[in-house]
Ligand binder design. Sequence first.
Ligand SMILES: *Cc1c(COP(=O)(O)O)cnc(C)c1O
Length: 482
Amino acid sequence: MLKKIDQLERLSRLLDPGPAECNDLFEQAGRYALATLERLPDTPTYQPDDGRNGFREAPIADEPVDMAELLAFFRSEVDTTGILPASGGQMGYIPGGGLFPSAIGDFLAGITNRYSGVSFAGPGAARMELSLVDWMRALVGYPETAAGDLTSGGSIATLSALVTARDACGIDFATIPRACVYLTDQAHHCVGKALHVAGLKDVQQRKVPMDDRFRMDVAALEALVNSDREQGLKPWLVIASAGTTDTGAVDPLTAVASIARQQDLWFHLDAAYGGFFLLCEEGRDVLDGIDSADSIVMDPHKGLGLPYGTGAVLVKNGGLLARSNAYYADYMQDAKPVFTADETWDSPADLSLELTRPFRGPRMWFPLKLFGLRPFRASLAEKIWLARYFHQELGKLERFETGPYPDLSIVTFRYLPQNGDIDDFNKRLVESVHRDGKVFITSTRINGRFTLRLAVLNFRTHRATVDYLLQLLQQKANELDY
Ligand SMILES: *Cc1c(COP(=O)(O)O)cnc(C)c1O
């Protein structure tokens, strides 16, 4: 038996290479990362996929493969196809980030593998995450009794917020068919998904009309709530956006809050895209009233420039978040006594849908501490001004029609060709921008019309990138418009 165990140990020890080999792996990966960053300005932001699937020809097998070969494979099969989120040229959808110190944080999180879910297991790791949540709590202007959670993204943060709102307002099997949810057509689709997953797909969803700038019409909201109440229904939840995906519109937060208060509704705010604009004065002006929401979602992997995988939920009455998430099991008895939701909490898992989770603290903490807030504030203000600049400059070009002046950093626009179908022309225009590949923008439908949109958010997007897009749009439109 001992011989058998020793034999197995010799092989299993391959999982734990020594310092020299680790250093070699580290250096190779580091060289890859630095070369990638160096090439970034000259790398296309969009490279269409050829549909080849190299993974099929290289299945996971018993035999090891050399790191250099793996990096080459990673580059050709993953890192040269599709949209390049690390690039400042990524101005489609809602751009992401990829701060260098976040990668360092992820590396250290991975090596130490500290357990951030339960304070007993990783007191420092738990404190780090709770301190980051607390920083966001103060940023939105919530009281110290608020609580929150670092999630994988905005969708899960939204699910967590809506589950909390459901439990807090006693929405159950009996009340679901009468419960009314108010939102606009511009609400993100993750809201519908969260309602579904939370067992709430049979609530009454009311689409609140919008003004001509795609913001919730608050008078219409009030009328809908009153009419539902008169019919014996149960108005429950209003969902507003601080930065819609299509146009970046911010709903009138203070006015929505006032209706919510009068009508006893839970006010949930989707600030996944727009929330971190609170770091700059331009954004704070637009987001005035954000602290009046009962729950807020914001995405550090958008406005804060983190790599994908970090969203956040904040709930003003923190005990309610705990009430929906704190569970106890006997095998946890060393970690903590039975949880009571009225107490303070020191374990992220008591405020989260997750128990074991990636240690998300370092990817956020290292860049915030290393750079300090000043460059983040500047970058976010710069993005707002770049959107305003684009709106102004595109407005000067002939035949381009711009959408509303941007609330934040998204601009919608269309080209009005001399002949032919406008929708079809704009579809060809965005395709020609994709073929160029240097920068990337996307399209949407607004009031049924094919519309192009610019979203500036990546920390690497600066004026030269926007200028390139302006001249590219003009050139491509000229080529197509004959
Ligand atoms: C991105 C986004 C979401 C969804 O967040 P994920 O992080 O992609 O899950 C929700 N709402 C808005 C406004 C967004 O921009």
